[in-house]
Design a protein around this ligand. Structure first.
Ligand code: PAF
Length: 281
C-alpha cells in the first residue's frame, strides 16, 4: 500500500495498533539499494507490520545543489518493496506546512564530523526522524551503521526525549571489493568507482596499525597520505572517536577502549562525489 498523506498513515497505524500488531519503520530518502533492503529484511523478521518511508528531506541538505541532484527513483523504489505493508511518501508541504517552526537539536555530537561540514544537517535529520517516529507510531526503527554518526544521534535523542521506540542498528553492506553501499555510488564515474574501495581498505589498514600499538595521530597521518595518493580530495575528516559519544580519541586505553569502543570515521570526495565510511577498531 502506498500512502502519500498523513491522515491515511495515522488511520492505518491506528488500526494496526488496535489489532495489537508491532510496527517497524525503515526511514529512507529513496534511491534504494541492497543496504536499504537489508534493513527491510530485518524489520520484516522482527515486526508484524513494516513501513518504509521515502522522503528526500529538504531540511537536512545544507547544499542546494546536493538536494537538487539527489537521486529520485520513486517507481524503481516502489518496485523493490513488494513485501512491505506501507510505503509512506509524503510531500515536503505535508511534512513542513506553512508556519512550521520546531527543530530537534542534538548538541556536541551533532556538531562534529559530518556536523562540522554540513551545518544544520543533523537538526534537519533529527527533526524529520522524530516526525516519522511520531506519525508511524513504530515500535522499532531500523538504521544502517554506514551512517554511524546519524545512528548515535538518533539513539541519543530517543533516550533524551524518552521516545517510545527501539532503535535497531544494522551492519553496513559492502560490495565484494569493500565499497560501502550508498545511493551516492551511482554518481561515481567508472574510473572513480574503480578507486573508491580504497576508502575502506585504508580504514582497515589504519585500524590494524592502531590495534598493533601505533600512536593514533601517526596512524591517521599515514592514512591521510594514503587517501591522497589514492586520489581522494578534499578529505573532510579522518578521525578516531569513541564509538557512542563520538569524542575524538588520541590515546588508546586498554581498559576503556576494548570491544568496539572506538570507531574510525572518514568523509572524502572522489571526483566531487562525497563518500563516507566507518569501521570499528
Ligand atoms: O539516512 C537517511 O537516509 C536519512 O538521513 C533519513 C534517516 C531517512 C532521514 O531523512
Amino acid at each position: 500500500m502506498i500512502i502519500r498523506d498523513i491522515a491515511t498513515l495515522k488511520r492505518t497505524v491506528r488500526q494496526w495498533n488496535q489489532a495489537g500488531e508491532t510496527i517497524g519503520l525503515v526511514p529512507t530518502m529513496g534511491a534504494l539499494h541492497e543496504g536499504h533492503l537489508s534493513l527491510v529484511t530485518q524489520a520484516r523478521a522482527r515486526t508484524q507490520r513494516v513501513i518504509v518511508s521515502i522522503f528526500v528531506n529538504p531540511t537536512q541538505f545544507n547544499n542546494p545543489t546536493d538536494l537538487a541532484t539527489y537521486p529520485r527513483t520513486e517507481a524503481e523504489d516502489i518496485a523493490l518493496l513488494p513485501d512491505v505493508d506501507a510505503i509512506f511518501i509524503p510531500t515536503a508541504e505535508a511534512m513542513y506546512p506553512e508556519g512550521f517552526s520546531s527543530t530537534v537539536k542534538v548538541s556536541a555530537m551533532a556538531e562534529t564530523l559530518e556536523g562540522a561540514y554540513r551545518p544544520g544537517h543533523f537538526d534537519g535529520m533529527a527533526t524529520v526522524v522524530t516526525k516519522l517516529f511520531s506519525l508511524s507510531e513504530a515500535d522499532y526503527a531500523f538504521f544502517g551503521e554506514k551512517d554511524w554518526q546519524q545512528l548515535q544521534i538518533v539513539r541519543r535523542f530517543v533516550q533524551d526525549l524518552n521516545l517510545p521506540i527501539e532503535i535497531v542498528a544494522c551492519p553496513t553492506l559492502r560490495e565484494a571489493d569493500g565499497l560501502a553501499l550508498s545511493s551516492r555510488n551511482r554518481r561515481l564515474s567508472p574510473e572513480a568507482r574503480k578507486n573508491a574501495p580504497a576508502l575502506h581498505a585504508i580504514l582497515q589498514e589504519i585500524a590494524t596499525t592502531i590495534r598493533q600499538g601505533q600512536p593514533i595521530a601517526e596512524a591517521l597521518d599515514n592514512g591521510m597520505k594514503s587517501l591522497i595518493a589514492a586520489g581522494f580530495g578534499p578529505i573532510d575528516y579522518l578521525a578516531c572517536c569513541e564509538a557512542e559519544s563520538l569524542t575524538s580519541v588520541t590515546t588508546v586505553f586498554a581498559t576503556k577502549h576494548d570491544n568496539g569502543a572506538l570507531r574510525l570515521l572518514v568523509a572524502a570526495a572522489l571526483e566531487s562525489v562525497r563518500l563516507i565510511d566507518n569501521i570499528v577498531i
